[in-house]
Design a protein around this ligand. Structure first.
Ligand code: UDP
Length: 483
């Protein structure tokens, strides 16, 4: 852009997996265009973002008034990582209350800045921001923090409810025929029960419809990795789609955007330093999801039986308060924690680990992940193959993309109500980490994706990768529209 007084206003959803890539995008836009960049959110999230940025930052952070207890949420709960997974949807609904203050803010900025020089880049879960942009006659782009493939299937399922039209467990998507069949076990309980007239259907359909009406889509993905989903979105929306990811690449070798404190970070890195190259399994279900108590027991037994070294980030099992102290004696097999400590087989971390540091350490061999898209990008950018255990939303389709199209993943379980035995878990770990032909293939493919990602974000004078070019094209598009 021209570097005049354009103001780009970014509005992420209130979840770590959305705030982190949005902040990375904000910094990238600021650095590359010199525009005023404003990030908007609720007070506690803004405070958290402020603590992650250097004091000299030129990113403007703006709080919108919000009190979680006014929306049936516990006090001071403005981020999904503080909520049980069942409450996440309440935070989505609560976000509707931000509409009047957001509209006032944008209206004030347009008056100060001059009308055409403002645009919004908002989260795909904040479809109502499209209405604000339309009311004020300004540009609106959606930044999709998931894969194009996963999010496109997720939207298609909510909009078309194809599982309601068949008795069969497997079905295809009427508007997305390129996707091989979807199975009922890949649908969340909310989606399974949706019939188009219930509250959840109405909200999700409205959100998907509005989001798809944005003036264009920035996606935290790489063209080569995610071709099927990107082509689908281009066809379905007839809008510009710019795969600009992974945005976190901006932080590699820069100050870390992570909440893990220094003590945990040092402990993990020191522990990894004591283990051989390619020997450690990293286990994490992201910032907001968890598995059931019985699954946790099986996972612990499976990890122990596999004999493989592991780091496991522990969160309370589903149904228990996420903020309470982790009860190892109750939730893990008898003596598990002590045995792991004494044998040095496993390092158990509470709640939050320095994920990028762990994945980029050369002792890390594989990642047992819920397939949240940030985790996927972080893993593959380090050439680390994935053992998939998707739990919610579009994670099931990320896992499908990784296993069926990219061949960098083996899915071990699905959802937090499925039954999976420890023998099965141990055998998948062995398949991926035990020097099998399959394991070697997974690693080879993951390394090829790592190179693809490095190429995509290459920003040398002489050669720009496809994600960098897509970002430039987005700026060019914006400038033409704004001027
Ligand atoms: N994360 C982390 N440490 C943890 C858990 C999560 O650093 O213990 C970060 C992770 O690196 C990623 C984000 O939080 O950037 C989680 O996003 P993702 O899309 O993988 O999953 P979500 O938490 O949104 O389900």
């Amino acid at each position: 852009m021209s570097g005049r007084e354009e103001n780009i206003v970014l509005f992420p959803f209130m979840a770590q997996g959305h705030l982190i890539p949005f902040l990375a995008l904000a910094l990238q836009i600021r650095q590359r265009t010199g525009c005023i960049v404003t990030v908007v959110n609720t007070p506690l999230n803004i405070r958290n973002l402020r603590s992650l940025l250097p004091p000299s930052t030129s990113i403007r952070l703006v709080e919108l008034p919000f009190r979680s207890q006014d929306h049936g949420l516990p006090p001071e709960s403005e981020n999904t990582d503080l909520l049980p997974p069942t409450h996440v949807i309440r935070l989505v609904y609560a976000s509707f209350s931000l509409k009047p203050s957001f509209k006032r803010l944008i209206s004030d900025i347009t008056q100060q800045q001059g009308h055409p020089h403002v645009c919004i880049i908002a989260d795909m879960l904040l479809g109502w921001t499209v209405e604000v942009a339309n009311d004020l006659g300004i540009l609106h782009f959606a930044f999709i923090t998931g894969s194009a493939y996963g999010v496109a299937i997720f939207f298609s399922l909510w909009l078309e409810l194809p599982h309601r039209r068949t008795e069969s467990d497997e079905f295809s998507l009427p508007d997305f025929p390129e996707v091989s069949r979807v199975h009922r076990s890949q649908l969340s309980a909310a989606l399974l029960n949706a019939d188009g007239t219930d509250f959840l259907s109405i909200c999700n359909q409205k959100n998907a419809r509005l989001t798809l009406m944005s003036d264009g889509f920035l996606i935290n993905t790489v063209e080569e990795m995610d071709k099927i989903g990107l082509e689908h979105l281009r066809r379905k929306t007839a809008r510009k789609v710019w795969p600009i990811g992974p945005t976190f690449s901006y932080f590699i070798n820069k100050p870390r955007i992570s909440q893990a404190d220094d003590a945990v970070r040092n402990c993990c890195v020191k522990w990894l330093d004591t283990h051989p190259i390619n020997s450690v399994l990293y286990v994490s279900f992201g910032s907001q999801n968890s598995i059931s108590h019985s699954q946790m027991m099986e996972l612990a037994k499976g990890l122990e039986a596999s004999g493989k070294i592991f780091i496991w980030v522990l969160r309370s099992p589903i149904g228990f308060n996420v903020n309470e102290e982790f009860r190892s004696k109750e939730w893990l097999p008898d003596g598990f924690e002590e045995r792991m400590r004494e044998s040095n087989q496993g390092l158990l971390i509470r709640r939050w680990a320095p994920q990028l540091e762990i994945l980029s350490h050369n002792s890390t061999c594989a990642f047992l992940s819920h397939c949240g898209w940030n985790s996927v990008l972080e893993s593959l950018s380090q050439g680390v193959p994935i053992i998939g255990w998707p739990l919610a939303a579009e994670q099931f389709f990320n896992s499908k993309l990784l296993e069926e199209e990219m061949e960098v993943c083996v899915e071990v379980a699905r959802g937090n109500s499925c039954e999976v035995g420890h023998e099965q878990i141990a055998s998948v770990i062995e398949l991926v980490m035990g020097g099998t032909e399959k394991g070697e293939n997974l690693r080879r493919k993951a390394c090829a994706v790592k190179e693809m990602i490095e190429d995509a974000v290459n920003d040398d004078e002489s050669y720009k990768g496809c994600s960098v070019k897509a970002m430039d094209e987005f700026f060019y598009f914006c400038r033409r529209k704004i001027e």
